[in-house]
Write a protein that binds this ligand. Structure first.
Ligand SMILES: Cc1cc2nc3c(=O)[nH]c(=O)nc-3n(C[C@H](O)[C@H](O)[C@H](O)COP(=O)(O)OP(=O)(O)OC[C@H]3O[C@@H](n4cnc5c(N)ncnc54)[C@H](O)[C@@H]3O)c2cc1C
Length: 387
């Protein structure tokens, strides 16, 4: 299913491939929420950083390689193909800190970006709250201005990597009198402050990928605000667009899952109906890979990915789930044995990927929300009316 990239990108692919083959961690790396796992992830991140591969798409002056989107895509494809550890600072690298590159001041960029790149700081995203998920503009965490400081009170939830994060980028209501989408500010701040309480959420598989984060009179400097005060909704749109639109090698992951499904279908001597479904999924994946490259091309040429990013995210979620559901069906009872457990009780392999496919339908805006965006902004259908 591979398409050919230009000669420069292919040369970079060779370079990255050799480096990854030589330097990638041998054996499995534990989840970052465990002490061992955090140590292993940090050691791996340090190697990437020293080789200049922390953020190939970032500007050179901040330690990146200044590559275009195609160069980044090549890196991501080779990284994902080898199933290497999930990047520890992915939320900063892909959307949080990248938003600072777009909207932040020079001083903010100088202050925050180096720590992201070498992983001396780990960022998490503080958008969701108990009553603000799909309806993100409903955030209730308040930020009261007090001289040169903002005083935070409230709660964030579903904070991925919250248990190990040092910094958060968050949406906070700084003007409670303003209409819902105004009066919100986008802040980046150090979590190691009095009044911050991080409660890791222990999940079914035993470790804590999420945390709840509570703020009680937490004082952060006014310089934490990215963009203008009370204009955080606009800034957040950049972060959300980057989160939704970035392929980050997900097309490579999908192709790998499809190949594994095809093997399972063959090995099980599956009937004609199951084979036809696998064949139809192959066509979907084929189309998805090409649509992803088209999206990358649009963004690389400075175009707006807009609604197409939502189409792409929705298709990824749907195809991924369909592949894993069919896989479970093909394996039948054996599926119960197919899920391995790692030393920390975490799920590995196909079963982990299955559950991840379900989560994919929720994070970065659920599939229903993507459908609303496509219907309203893409197709111009009437907005949903609440009864
Ligand atoms: C793996 C994972 C990681 C996450 N990491 C983070 C993180 O790091 N930081 C962070 O801030 N958040 C994170 N989240 C939270 C995520 O952003 C929210 O779960 C998501 O936005 C949905 O919000 P909710 O859970 O409050 O569900 P709700 O908004 O309550 O939605 C419940 C259901 O109703 C549907 N629904 C809601 N509104 C509409 C509508 N208008 N039209 C049609 N259907 C609708 C939804 O699609 C969903 O099926 C993560 C979630 C997951 C699963």
């Amino acid at each position: 299913m591979d398409l050919e990239f230009d000669a420069r990108s292919e040369r970079f692919r060779q370079e990255v491939s050799s480096w990854l083959d030589e330097n990638a961690p041998r054996g499995r790396v534990s989840p970052p929420a465990t002490a061992d796992g955090l140590r292993q992830h940090l050691a791996w991140e340090r190697r990437l950083f020293e080789a200049g591969y922390s953020a190939p798409g970032w500007p050179r002056r901040f330690g990146g390689l200044g590559l275009d989107l195609w160069g980044e895509t090549v890196f991501d494809e080779e990284y994902v193909r080898r199933r290497l550890p999930e990047r520890l600072n992915k939320m900063a690298l892909i959307h949080g800190a990248r938003t600072v590159l777009v909207h932040g001041t020079e001083e903010q960029q100088q202050d925050w970006l180096p720590g992201v790149l070498d992983c001396s700081d780990i960022w998490c995203q503080g958008f969701s709250e108990p009553d603000a998920g799909s309806d993100l503009a409903g955030v209730r965490t308040t930020g009261r201005l007090d001289g040169n400081e903002i005083v935070l009170n409230g709660q964030k939830t579903w904070t991925s990597n919250g248990a190990i994060a040092t910094h958060m980028y968050a949406l906070v209501r700084t003007d409670p009198e303003a209409p819902k989408h105004r009066g919100i500010s986008f802040l980046v701040f150090d979590l190691r402050r009095p009044g911050v309480e991080i409660r890791p959420m222990r999940q079914l598989h035993g470790h804590s990928g999420f945390a709840e984060v509570f703020f009680t009179d937490v004082r952060v400097p006014l310089t934490s605000v990215v963009g203008e005060l009370n204009d955080g909704w606009r800034v957040a749109q950049t972060a959300l667009r980057l989160e939704r639109g970035s392929a980050r090698g997900s097309h490579t992951r999908l192709v790998a899952a499809l190949d594994a499904l095809t093997k399972a279908v063959d090995a099980a001597g599956a009937d004609r109906g199951l084979r036809e479904r696998a064949g139809s999924l192959r066509a979907w994946v084929f189309a998805y890979v090409r649509a992803t490259y088209a999206l990358i091309d649009t963004v690389d040429r400075g175009g707006d990915d807009g609604v197409v990013a939502s189409v792409n995210k929705l298709c990824l979620s749907e195809i991924q789930t369909a592949i894993h559901e069919l896989w479970l069906e093909v394996l039948g009872e054996e599926a119960e044995l197919a899920g391995e457990f790692g030393p920390y009780g975490e799920l590995l392999g196909m079963r982990r990927d299955y559950w991840h496919s379900r989560a994919q339908e929720i994070f970065a805006g659920s599939s229903e929300i993507q459908r609303n965006i496509i219907a309203e902004r893409g197709l111009g259908l009437p907005r949903e009316v609440s009864r």
